[in-house]
Write a protein that binds this ligand. Structure first.
Ligand code: ZN
Length: 158
């Protein structure tokens, strides 16, 4: 007798986590924009219940910013267009990311303010939740894959 493998069992008998992984494809141009923060809209491309990873396309207005936060999972971004100033940008010892740049944000790193001096478009993946902090360092909000998924059901913006 040989042990049954996942391939031997009908898909309906397998728990979701034992299903073979499959390719994902999102026609992102057909996904509507949703409000994220003032001046920042997003499209949810993936939210994983298994790993907590979520991938967003972010669109910002010139002058928009993201509030102070800590990465409870590492993050990665790719700048499609525009400009992002991390920790005040290069002039202030931080990072200035422009079109074509990729960056990695390690677990536990705190970003006091992330600013977009130009209208920007970036792909962003976080491998876990993001903790938003108030001025005293207290938790203001936790953004995890479930929260992002709920926000992706919010009102569509133009
Ligand atoms: Zn950050």
């Amino acid at each position: 007798m040989t042990a049954a493998t996942a391939a031997d069992l009908p898909a309906s008998d397998l728990p979701p986590s034992d299903l073979p992984p499959s390719d994902l494809h999102v026609a992102a141009s057909k996904v509507p924009w949703r409000a994220f923060f003032p001046g920042v809209d997003f499209k949810l491309l993936r939210a994983s219940a298994e790993t907590g990873t979520f991938t967003l396309l972010l669109r910002t207005l010139a002058g928009a910013s993201l509030p102070r936060h800590r990465h409870l999972g590492a993050g990665e971004y790719y700048m499609v267009s525009g400009k992002m100033l991390v920790r005040g940008g290069k002039e202030h010892g931080g990072i200035t990311a422009v079109a074509g740049d990729w960056g990695y944000e390690p677990l536990s790193v705190i970003h006091d303010s992330t600013e977009f001096p130009e209208a920007s478009l970036l792909l962003f993946t976080n491998h876990g939740p993001i903790q938003f902090l108030d001025d005293q360092g207290n938790t203001a909000a936790i953004l995890d894959w479930q929260q992002v998924q709920a926000m992706a059901q919010g009102p569509v913006v133009e």
